[in-house]
Write a protein of this length. Sequence first.
Length: 406
Amino acid sequence: MNVNDSPEQAGLRADMRAWIREEVPASLKDRPQSLLADESLTKEEWKPLLDVLAKRGLLAPAWPKPYGGAGFDVGQMIVFNEEWIRGGLPMFRSDGIDKIGPTIIAAGSEEQKQRFLPRILTREIIFAQGYSEPGAGSDLASLSTRADRSEGGFLVNGQKIWTSGAHLADWMYVLARTDQNARPKQKGISLLIFDARNSKGFTISPIVSIDGFHHFNQTFYDNLFIPENQVIGGVNNGWRVANILLGHERFSHPAGNPQFHEWALGQLKKTARELPAGEGTVWDDPGLRRKIVQLEMDVDCLRYIRYRTQTQIAKTGNPGHESSIFKFYGGELLQAIIEAHAEVAGPGSVNWEAEPFGEDYRALARRAMRCRGYTIAGGTAEVQRNIVAKRVLQLPNARGDAGAAE
Ligand SMILES: Cc1cc2nc3c(=O)[nH]c(=O)nc-3n(C[C@H](O)[C@H](O)[C@H](O)COP(=O)(O)OP(=O)(O)OC[C@H]3O[C@@H](n4cnc5c(N)ncnc54)[C@H](O)[C@@H]3O)c2cc1C
């Protein structure tokens, strides 16, 4: 297992620390709230940071160089993400750069690459994801939104739910059934993209979640016309394309990054040291300190799993199914840390609107609610465990076939 930075990674780390320190405006740094809370920065607010990235060719670090990326390998991406979080830079709404962009690179036509990638790179167009439906989440292939042939393209009808950031998006990508009779059901699906701001037949209805933020939406499709040249990866080939995209989503999910957990642990320790209890502070409780040590060891485990995967990628070029471990282990660990913090903070951790609790407590309460979603988004913890059981541990399924596909 390789736990040290290569000379190239060490150079990148030092370089990033320098430009974050010297070039990123203070207003876009040290924003720990952005790690776990929702931030809706406007394109104008992002601009100074995008200018710094553009100057260094880092607008899309993982994209291949011919498409304007930096061509970073996974090891370099890990360093990039670690330093990004260490600097407290705001989280990107990353559907374009992390998900649909790489998918267009992998499966799109040359015309689609020319048309969309430059605009995704500069964040001129922001995307949102229309996969989940009221009756299709984990079992995504059961989706019932349909796209029927119409001259020059498709008419889309149906409903999506939990569409993060649809209200802020310029474009959407949706999965829809283009062959109603195909069996198995995965075979009749296509991935289509459309202009969400200028299309008739597309409406958005907000869902305000328990943390008080408007993050989710329901999206409705009523005879929405999408031209055929906006099908990505070919008609009825959407399941393959959707899975390319999901692979990018799982690997890039922030819950797998131990920097997040370290930051949350730091907050937990800070609160425990500050809050008065008896003659001293909450920190004096040996039971709490034991719990914190256990959480620290768990974060170390997450870091070492990541190193192991990093080593595997260096050898094989592929993270493999082990990347599912990040999703559920990292997500559950983050929840455990934030729950411990909430226990320490007491009543302040559940009340974010009334005085006398200050902004720190309000942020904590929102985070405690928000992090529940980390074991659901991008594939639930249970589904990730199934993948690990079958693909990594090669355990038999209910029929007794070891390592069998679902
Ligand atoms: C923060 C957040 C952001 C999201 N953003 C988006 C987005 O932008 N676009 C989008 O399309 N969707 C989005 N989603 C939706 C997300 O992809 C789905 O919620 C997720 O796939 C689960 O689907 P479901 O909610 O329908 O739950 P279900 O699939 O109905 O699952 C219900 C429960 O059953 C369990 N379960 C289901 N199948 C199995 C199985 N085979 N074995 C064991 N247990 C199982 C699940 O683990 C879960 O506990 C987001 C969700 C969250 C929380």
